[in-house]
Design a protein around this ligand. Sequence first.
Ligand code: 9WN
Length: 453
Amino acid sequence: MPVEPETSKKAREILRANTLHFHLNGKTWSRIIPSKEFYVHQWNWDSATHAMGLVHIDEKLAYEEIRSLLSGQWKNGLVAQITFNPNEKKYFPGPAFWGTESFATGEIITSGITQPPLLAIAVAYVYQQAKNRHQAKDFLLEVLPKVEKYHEYLKTYRDPEDEGLLTIIHPWESGTDNSPRFDSVLEAISLDEIPEEVKELVRKYRTDDREGNASERPRLHDYYRYMYLVSLFKSWEWDYQKIVVESPFAIKDMLFSSIWSRANKSLGNLFTELGDTTKAHKYLSWAEQTNQAIQKSWDPEKKQFTEHNVAGGEKTPILEDTISTLLPLYAGAVTEDLLPELLRKIKDSHEYGAAVPVPSTALDNPYFDPKRYWRGSTWPITNLFLIDGLSLYEKNAAARQLRDELLEKTRKMIQKGGFFEYFHPKTGEGVGFGSFSWTAAIYLYLSNKYMLQ
Ligand code: 9WN
C-alpha cells in the first residue's frame, strides 16, 4: 500500500477530531464542526467541502455529513447557514438569538438564513467519487428530493424576478461576511436606527472577538448591523416573501449566484444520468439563465462583473473589486473574449497576484486589509472555486497554467502555514482559528481530485 503523505494524514486527523456525535430525534448524528476553538456547530458550505474531502477517505462519513446538514431543513426548503449542536455556548449568535424554534425539525434547531449553495455540487461529487456504487446510488436517491427542495426555495424566494441572479439578505449568507463589497449597503443602515437593545446584546454576548483576535474579526459596527438584520427577520417571523422585499440589506451577489449556477449544472447532470430529462432540462436551463445574467452584468469600462444593491427596490451597482467578481469562472460564465482579462487580473501583482494568492479583496482596493477576515486574506475555499473554475477553461493554455500554479500554491500554503482558517496573502502566515476542518477537507479534495501527492 502507498504511504499516506504527512499533510494528508494530518488533514484526516483534523476531520476526525472535529467530528461530534449527537443523539437527536431518536437518532445518532455525526457532524463535523469547523473548529473547536470557536465554530462549534455545523455550517452549510463548510459541510459541503467536508463531504468533498471525506469521500476520499471514508465514503460513509461523507454521506453522514450531508445527511446531518439536511437534518434541519425547513418545511419551505431552506437549508440553514448553521445547524446548532445542543449545549454549545462558545459561539455567538447561538440558537437563543434567532427565534427559529417553530421552524425546527424536532430537536434540530437552525439559524434562519442560508449560505452559498454548494450542497448540490458536493452531493454530485461524492456520488461520482464513491467506490461502492450501490451505496452511492442509494445515498443519491435519498438526498436528491431534499436538494431539489432547497433549490426550489432559492429560486422562489431569492429570485422572485426570475432573472437568474440570487438575492442574499444578510452578509453571513455570502460566506464572505465583512467583504468590502457590503460596506456601502451596510453603511446605509444608520447606527441610530438600530435599537439600543440590539447593540446591548452584541456588547454583552459577542464572543468571536474574545475567542479569536479582535483585530482580525469584523468590527463592532458590523456586528451591530448583522444582529439588527437578524432581529428584523425574527420580528417578521422569517417570512421570506417579506424579507426579500423589505430587508435593508439585499444584494444580487456574484459569488452566491455563480455557485448557484454551477450547483444547478451539477443537479441537471445528475438527472441526465438518472434518465430524467424533464428535471435535467429544468436545472440546466436555470444554470444557463444565471450565466446569461452574469454575462449581462459585465461592465466594459471597469472591466469587471458588477454586483447590485437591490435593497428597497432600487438597483445600484456595487463596484468594489473583490474576489466575488472573479467567481463567474466557477460558473463557466466567462466568455472567451473576457477570459484574458480575468486571467490578467488574477496574475497582476497590483490586483490579485499576491505572493500567496488569491486574496479575497484586490490588493489595490483601498479597503484591502491582509488579516481582517474577508477584507484581503487568502481562503482555501475561494481558491478551490478558482481552481475548479479555471479547469472549465483548461483547453486554453494560459488558464490551464494558472490553474496548475494556484493548485500548487494552495497546497504549499497549507503545507507550510498549517491548517488555519485563512492566510496572510503576502506572508502566508496562518490566520484566524486553527485545526480548521475546511482547510483539511479542501486539501484532501484538491490533492485527490487533481491526483497530487
Ligand atoms: C458566520 C464557519 C463560517 C464560514 C464563513 C465564515 C465564518 C461565521 C462567523 O465562519 O462565518 O456564518 O461567525 O464569522 O465567514 O464563511 O462558513 O467556518
